[in-house]
Write a protein that binds this ligand. Structure first.
Ligand SMILES: [Zn+2]
Length: 234
């Protein structure tokens, strides 16, 4: 079994998290509030203090510096693999990461729904096992405080077609939680809630490569394992 720990939308408050141990840590974007480089540096240092052998990170709509000055920001993330419409194979699992979301006020990585954003989703390889996007697909973890389903329909189409085993995202903080369809487990891993309080725990999955990547959510003792990790770091 390969343990994947999903986090997202930490918004500089990563220190408040109790992160369970695992093989691969995935962060689905919004590590900063306004994309300040000092916050990227602090995040990277924190990543370096975590025991996970593999860490994969994408940017989100708050992480302006990763859109405006990629050449400065991306090399700062020395303690993880940063994905931007790109792939990484880790422990035999094929990951794809992408920061875009349907236009959302004047934030970073905005694209118009339809043709424009579909061009990014068309880049996702058919054989992707774990998809990481900042925004949710339509109908999964995408209900806003106002009741609107803000997720991307074009992304949902791609997820239903290529059928990744796991889809990790965030962005709509109030959509935190796990859902599934016939082929894919989907998680909105936002650690911050609607009011930007870091109250939602990381979500842990066991990925079974021998059973064609069957994904099971680990429900018990997450909190306890997080405490153990934190103890060891002291
Ligand atoms: Zn966020």
């Amino acid at each position: 079994m390969i343990t994947i720990v999903a986090i997202s939308d930490t918004h500089t408050q990563h220190q408040a998290l109790e992160v369970p141990e695992g093989d691969i840590l995935v962060h689905a974007g919004d590590l900063t509030n306004m994309g300040e480089l000092k916050d990227v540096a602090a995040f990277n240092a924190w990543l370096g203090s975590l025991p996970h052998p593999h860490k994969i990170v994408i940017a989100g709509n708050h992480d302006f510096c990763f859109e405006r000055s990629r050449e400065v920001s991306e090399p700062m993330l020395t303690n993880c693999t940063y994905l931007h419409d790109s792939a990484a194979t880790v422990m035999g699992i094929r990951f794809w990461g992408s920061p875009w979301q349907p236009w959302f006020y004047n934030w970073a990585f905005n694209l118009q729904r339809g043709e424009e954003i579909r061009r990014k989703w068309d880049l996702i390889p058919d054989d992707t096992d774990v998809l990481i996007t900042h925004g949710p697909p339509h109908g999964h973890g995408d209900q806003t405080d106002g009741g609107e389903l803000a997720g991307c329909k074009d992304l949902l189409e791609v997820v239903e077609r290529i059928r990744p085993r796991l889809h990790v995202f965030g962005h709509i903080h109030e959509g935190y939680g796990v859902s599934s369809n016939d082929h894919t487990t989907l998680v909105n891993a936002s650690n911050c809630d609607f009011h930007y309080r870091p109250v939602n725990p990381p979500v842990v999955f066991e990925y079974d490569p021998r059973r064609a990547g069957r994904v099971i959510r680990r429900r018990s003792s997450d909190q306890q394992m997080g405490r153990l990790t934190r103890e060891r770091q002291k």
